[in-house]
Design a protein around this ligand. Structure first.
Ligand SMILES: Cc1ncc(COP(=O)(O)O)c(C=O)c1O
Length: 462
């Protein structure tokens, strides 16, 4: 591995970007006075400053400097139809015009309808809504702990389930995935959270053998997000089900990213594996904050009156918020009714996205790969993490390879590429992001051209 120094390039890009986006630059000066790093989510407060968005429609966002930015981040992968799809905005406008949509503090038919749809499409027996994927995974883990009476949790290295206490170990790569990711965690978290490896069945078997009788749950994403936007191997996921069954461990699939992205339902159905609990978020809200824990009734009922509210998964001022439920209802209905057109088209656009980007870099003599591109277990992905591996011929199907800075040039994919593409009015995250139905063939051609110009710009530094 050569040591690459991007400081001069980043300096040049930053200066060009400050010139390109003077209003966003100026707003950033004020933003950092009142907000930590100028925002409320670390991924959005990119360096040297983020574009400040004033409008969003389809594949594009418009910033304060009036750039039309071709967006592949798409609401943190929440958008399947692009930004502000009419099917959702129309329903919300009509509801607000009729005096319904803000918080009522009551319950309503809407959440029954959404829960029923989710159960039908995912094989879950019951649902409880909350407002974020973070809360959903936290509550799912509490349910598992209460049900089993056990203390340990197992997750995969590189898996992000949100920023709650049990989620903040083994996310970032530090010569592996064993470290705490945050200060301020109770010391018990380090002992209670066991880290296994995604897509490594042998290691999974060893870890179940060692900890199985003490585990409350094994939580994993069937399509890992932060760890590579790549699918689990069929064999891995099926073995996870068998081992969980064998050791009496609750299997939780975190489908906050994958739910409704590959089909109008949970992706686990495509593996023919049913978890005990699943967590859903992002796409199910149609752009509004909706998340859910769904799964076996006997587990969810631990939060109910039947068990005296044993698990305090019961608060949430804004849980199942009326406007969010309106958005979820019309959006899910749209996905279900148009499933046979939407998902093949998403898959086709996803394949085209990877193709144009790969061609652009390879033709300029830069070796690139997409994480998990050799995994054939789940075709049709519209999620993409572009990698710059130092060597050719690698497998690149585990977070241990994909997030390892000795294997892939992480600075290049995460920082340099992002800023260089932003100067081309293209926004990416973690090496690229996701394709939506709003991206046209012409948008993807433009992405290819932009990548080609960026490739020429970065080539001298490699
Ligand atoms: C797989 C997964 N689980 C949970 C979360 C947390 O969701 P939220 O950001 O809605 O709290 C995320 C967010 O990116 C995620 O990708």
């Amino acid at each position: 591995m050569k040591s690459r120094d991007y400081s001069q390039l980043m300096q040049e890009l930053s200066e060009a970007y400050a010139h390109h986006s003077p209003r966003s630059a100026a707003i950033h000066q004020t933003a950092v006075q009142y907000l930590v790093d100028g925002g409320s989510n670390a991924l959005r407060t990119i360096e040297p400053f983020p574009p400040r968005i004033i409008a969003a429609r389809g594949a594009y966002v418009t910033d304060e400097d009036q750039h039309q930015i071709l967006d592949f981040w798409q609401g943190h992968y929440a958008n399947l139809l692009g930004h502000n799809p009419e099917v959702v905005t129309r329903a919300l406008s009509e509801a607000f015009a009729n005096g319904f949509g803000l918080q009522t503090g009551f319950t309503d038919l809407l959440q029954v309808e959404v829960a029923e749809m989710l159960c039908r499409q995912t094989g879950a027996e019951q649902v409880r809504f909350t407002t974020s994927g973070t809360l959903a995974t936290m509550y799912a883990m509490m349910l598992a702990k209460a049900f089993t009476g056990r203390n340990l949790f197992m997750k995969v290295g590189g898996g992000w389930h949100g920023g709650h206490l049990w989620g903040l170990k083994g996310v970032g790569y530090h010569e592996g995935f064993k470290e705490a990711d945050s200060a301020g965690l109770p010391a018990s978290v380090m002992k209670e959270v066991v880290i296994t490896q995604f897509n490594n069945t042998e290691q999974l078997e060893k870890d179940f053998h060692r900890y199985g009788n003490k585990l409350a749950c094994f939580i994993m994403e069937p399509v890992i997000g932060a760890g590579g936007l790549m699918p689990a191997r069929r064999e891995y996921i099926q073995r996870a089900r068998e081992l969980s069954e064998h050791y009496g461990v609750i299997l939780i699939f975190d489908e906050v990213i994958s739910g409704f992205r590959y089909r109008a339902g949970n992706v686990a159905a495509l593996y023919r594996v049913q978890p005990d609990l699943m967590t859903l978020g992002k796409a199910i809200g149609g752009g509004m904050p909706v998340a859910a824990v769904a799964g076996r009734r006997e587990l969810l009922q631990l939060a109910g009156s039947e068990h005296g509210g044993k698990v305090k998964f019961q608060g949430g001022t804004y849980a199942a918020h009326p406007a969010a439920m309106i958005a979820a209802k019309v959006f899910l209905q749209y996905l279900i009714e148009n499933e046979t057109q939407i998902y093949p088209r998403l898959a086709e656009l996803g394949a085209k996205t990877r193709k144009v980007v790969t061609h652009a870099f390879e033709e300029e003599g830069i070796h690139v790969r997409f994480a998990g591109d050799r995994l054939t277990d789940l075709p049709g992905s519209s999620l993409h993490m572009l990698l710059f591996p130092y060597q050719e011929g690698l497998e690149l199907s585990t977070p241990e390879e994909v997030r390892n800075p000795h294997v892939c040039d992480i600075t290049l994919s995460e920082k340099v590429l992002q800023l260089a593409l932003l100067l081309e009015d293209v926004f990416i995250m973690h090496g690229l992001g996701c394709t939506t139905l709003a991206h046209t063939e012409a948008d993807l051609e433009y992405l290819g051209e932009a990548c080609r110009r960026v490739a020429r710009r970065i080539k001298p530094y490699l």
